[in-house]
Design a protein around this ligand. Structure first.
Ligand SMILES: Cc1cc2nc3c(=O)[nH]c(=O)nc-3n(C[C@H](O)[C@H](O)[C@H](O)COP(=O)(O)O)c2cc1C
Length: 323
């Protein structure tokens, strides 16, 4: 049994969340995580039309009776115009249990979400943004470190520092992400003051993840040195797998390329195609340093069960050390 303010708040068995992953975290993956005792999140940005998101919410409800959430990413490159407001309307109307917001301050949407009883977990890469999230009424904050797949912010501070700094700075519960892929990272995050963890990269290599098998095999073979940071020059730093496109983008950035010149390589639509056709070198693909810790493609249930049993074993070992 695990009991933290996160398990209590979300009504879940284990404080293990699956972070939103555009194009990938749809009903199949998210429901598998919720069914296994954690909480899965569907990424709203995978659906061009908010009504398609509503259909996906109905789909996940047919796959699991357990709580799930929706990720609302608000990075300008992902979200134009008022589509975020329309996603939020659907989420509120459907009374989804929780949202994972990211990329921008979710303050304009807090009243509507609160009124609908939706728990707000805002994901940030820095302590100052975590404090801000608490001040505007977020129910919890997810802090992601420099190791994470996706966007770790611009400060280059690792999870080992950010988790305790965030936990000591807030009153609301903290979820930790970035570099967590197994029981060791899970126990470490809880030791550092987190009350839950979020994982993205580990769930990429889950059987239920719709990513092409080539990506899963790449993760299993990859070392911790096989990711890299790009898009710093446009203040949209992102950790991705080290492939031909990422290296080209970095080279262009070093030569002063503009967003317009970069967009053909970094646009999400290119990534969508790659996830489906399995071409490892055609798009920039988010992945965290914990690829080096992932040695097998497993089912979501195996991933979560291994963390739970592994955590008990680690605690036993620690008790043996601290006599
Ligand atoms: C392939 C991939 C796609 C992602 N897409 C999103 C996204 O659309 N929105 C978002 O908020 N986070 C996104 N993330 C970040 C994850 O939700 C999570 O915060 C991160 O993966 C945690 O670090 P980890 O990769 O070390 O587990 C993505 C991560 C990966 C690996």
């Amino acid at each position: 049994m695990f009991k933290t303010r996160i398990t209590e708040m979300l009504g879940i068995e284990y404080p293990i969340l699956q972070g939103g992953m555009q194009w990938l975290s749809k009903a199949e993956l998210a429901s598998a995580v919720s069914e296994a005792g954690g909480m899965g999140f569907i990424t709203a940005a995978s659906f061009a039309d908010p009504e398609e998101l509503r259909d996906e919410i109905h789909k996940i409800r047919s796959l699991t009776k357990k709580p799930f959430g929706i990720n609302v990413s608000m990075l300008p490159v992902l979200m134009e115009g008022d589509i975020t407001r329309r996603y939020v309307e659907v989420i509120a109307e459907e009374k989804v249990p929780a949202v994972e917001t990211s990329g921008r301050n979710p303050e304009p949407f807090v009243p509507a979400l609160k009124e609908a009883g939706v728990k707000i977990i805002h994901k940030v890469p820095a302590v100052r943004f975590a404090r801000k999230a608490e001040s505007i009424g977020a129910d919890a904050v997810t802090i992601v470190g420099f190791e994470c797949g996706g966007h770790p912010g611009m400060d280059d501070v690792t999870s080992f520092i950010l988790i305790p700094r965030t936990a000591e700075s807030l009153n609301i519960p903290v979820v930790a992400g970035g570099g967590i892929a197994d029981a060791r990272g899970f126990v470490a995050a809880l030791s550092l003051g987190a009350e839950g963890v979020v994982m993205g990269t580990r769930f990429l290599a889950a059987k239920e993840c719709p990513a092409h098998q080539n990506f899963k095999e790449w993760i299993v073979a990859a070392q911790e040195t096989d990711t890299m940071m790009i898009e710093r020059s446009i203040r949209n730093a992102v950790r991705v797998m080290k492939n031909e496109v990422a290296q080209k983008v970095l080279e262009m950035e070093n030569k002063g390329a503009t967003l317009d010149e970069l967009i053909v390589y970094i646009s999400g639509m290119v990534g969508k195609q790659a996830w489906l056709n399995g071409d490892l070198d055609s798009a920039t693909i988010a992945a965290g340093q914990c690829v080096g810790l992932i040695h097998e493609v497993l089912t979501v249930k195996e991933i979560i069960d291994n963390i739970v049993t592994g955590a008990h074993q680690i605690l036993g070992r620690l008790n043996g050390i601290m006599q």
